[in-house]
Write a protein that binds this ligand. Sequence first.
Ligand SMILES: [Zn+2]
Length: 141
Amino acid sequence: MPKSLLISYPIMSSCLQGEIIISFMNITQASIVPEIEEFLINKQRQLKEELLELDRDDPVLANHVAEVSELGTESWEADVHAKLVLVKNNLNKMYLRVGYCLKMIKDGTYGSCEKCGKAISLDRLKALPTATYCSLCIHSS
Ligand SMILES: [Zn+2]
């Protein structure tokens, strides 16, 4: 068997719906993908819960008062609301990113750098499961 075939040996991995997908990543990467997928699914659920919780804590959403307020208690509410919006934006970005990575796992493109196409190192994926750039490209971008 030619060496190149060994490197891109098709690995069968089952995805969420129980269907079989074939991904062409290297074997060491593929071995940790189910673990990462599970982590990302949990992370996605956790982020969703946090986002819902923030909505419940938001005085503006809870009381249906205007976002821009004038004096008194409403300015406190607007203040809290503004801070929550910032937190929510960050969580939302993370949520979308996690979803994007889960899609990459299903598509079999997870683990390859989006810029240069090379495999992202195992250490990098373990430390940062939502990494889509290799360590070289992240520093050059
Ligand atoms: Zn790269």
